[in-house]
Design a protein around this ligand. Structure first.
Ligand SMILES: [Zn+2]
Length: 457
């Protein structure tokens, strides 16, 4: 009997990994890193229930690290099959995987230097060499084309509107017998700049859908008003606006809004720094694939020269020490690593500054601690007092909210036999399950970590 095992993103938002076993094949859909709480991060070190070399193929929905960031570990542990994804996903993986490996190596080195690891010596989860190995296995594919991934199994990538290259994966037998499965990946939003609307649902028997914001509605579109207010107030205090941002996707949207506000005369022209070589490269990739994006990207493209790129670590350090009011966008988005940590280390004790969160902050991350009103946060083994103002812009999320998820589910030609809620924390999932059951009458399940279910294939 074909089966599906939930190896990640089950009752949590990270670590997406689903093992499909069908007709003697093993296919892994997504291969994400667990992030956040220590209990979750420790799962990154646990072996899969099966040897990696017995997996025939990996299929990747998109390049976000919680969907792709375990690939170097998988490759390092002996997986050598093809990794199917879209061209945009392959591009972005070239950025995020070596960067993730670099962070892993850096963390291990730093822990050894400061001696704050319980392990001696602290080892990285994977190396840049493992990341290179994973990248060499990528097999980029166009959207909407039927691709045979193993003998007798076909897939199609459908644009999910969540990130450049982001997709749902529609999987079925080549002879059309048995169940059709739609792996929803992460679901984008309707009527947003930069990215297209999520593509409509398909005729599927089994559906996996994300539930990150399953219990919430994003605030109604305010045409950049909140962003303008936060920046203006901070500049009036002669402070800096420090924006921890996912290097890809979010940065493009932020810049779009800032330029739009400037263009409309609602914001004075300020120094804007993008302090992330990866984000800068990401902007280039977005620019080469405008045909996969929303029409409005063209408007942003024309204004791209209006920010300062910070490439070198030396320039980044100088920017940290610079006291001039400015907007600084730096990764990582949950402030768990990357250059933004240095900006926070220096900037949090200063009440003139603002730290502006524009994305979901997972439990256990420094970003969540700040958002929850922590008086101190631990950075580089030190307790750093939080005097800066902490703000958030929830409307910037690239994840559908509960209303948008329901809107998307209504585009399906019929109810799937089973809909599995994945990629969400339990409270959000329970709320979404109630909504889907009540409003659509669908059969909804919330799988547990490690749970294996039979598929009607
Ligand atoms: Zn994502």
């Amino acid at each position: 009997m074909p089966s599906l095992t939930f190896l990640g993103a089950a009752r949590t938002v990270t670590g997406s990994k689903y093992l499909l076993e069908v007709d003697g094949h093993r296919i892994l859909i997504d291969c994400g890193l667990f992030q956040g709480l220590k209990e979750l991060r420790l799962r990154n070190w646990s072996p899969l229930p099966i040897p990696p070399e017995t997996i025939d193929a990996v299929v990747l929905t998109h390049a976000h690290i919680d969907h792709s960031g375990w690939l170097p570990r998988l490759a390092g542990q002996g997986f050598h099959g093809p990794i199917y994804c879209t061209g945009g996903t392959a591009d972005l993986c070239k950025l995020v995987l070596p960067d993730a490996a670099h962070l892993q190596e850096e963390d291990a080195r730093f822990a050894n230097l400061r001696g704050f690891s319980k392990h001696s010596p602290a080892l990285p989860l994977y190396t840049e060499e493992d990341a290179a190995k994973a990248l060499s296995l990528l097999k980029p594919q166009p959207f909407n084309k039927t691709i045979s991934i193993v003998n007798g199994i076909d897939i199609q990538f459908i644009n999910a509107g969540h990130l450049l290259g982001s997709s749902y994966v529609f999987l079925r037998r080549s002879d059309m017998s048995g169940a059709r499965i739609l792996f929803g990946g992460d679901l984008g939003r309707y009527a947003r700049p930069i990215l297209p609307d999520p593509s409509p649902g398909l005729d599927a028997d089994v559906l996996l859908v994300e539930s990150t914001y399953g219990d919430r509605l994003h605030p109604p579109e305010d045409d950049g008003e909140t962003l303008a207010r936060i920046i203006k107030e901070t500049i009036a205090r002669r402070g800096k606006v420090i924006i921890p941002a996912f290097a890809i996707g979010r940065v493009e949207e932020l810049l779009y809004w800032i330029f739009r506000l400037e263009g409309q005369g609602r914001l004075e022209k300020l120094p804007i720094y993008v302090d992330s070589p990866m984000a800068l490269k990401g902007i280039e990739y977005y620019n080469t694939r405008t045909d996969e994006l929303d029409k409005e990207i063209i408007a942003m493209r024309n204004k791209l020269p209006r920010f300062t790129s910070i490439n070198s670590a030396k320039d980044s350090k100088a920017l940290v020490e610079n006291d001039t009011p400015a907007v600084i966008i730096a990764s990582s988005g949950m402030a768990t690593g990357g250059r933004v940590v240095h900006h926070l280390f220096a900037g949090l004790p200063d009440p003139r500054n603002t730290v502006l969160f524009v994305g979901f902050q997972a439990a256990g991350t420094r970003g969540r601690q700040l958002q929850d009103g922590a008086q101190y946060v631990k950075i580089f083994g030190q307790h750093v007092p939080v005097h800066a103002r902490i703000e958030k812009l929830e409307g910037m999320s690239s994840h559908a909210d509960s209303g948008e998820i329901i809107r998307w589910l209504r585009t399906f030609p019929r109810a799937p036999k089973t809909t599995y809620l994945v990629h969400g924390e339990v409270v959000a999932q329970d709320a979404l399950k109630v909504r889907i059951t009540k409003e659509l009458g669908w059969n909804v399940e919330i799988p547990n970590h490690g749970q294996k279910v039979d598929l009607p294939m």
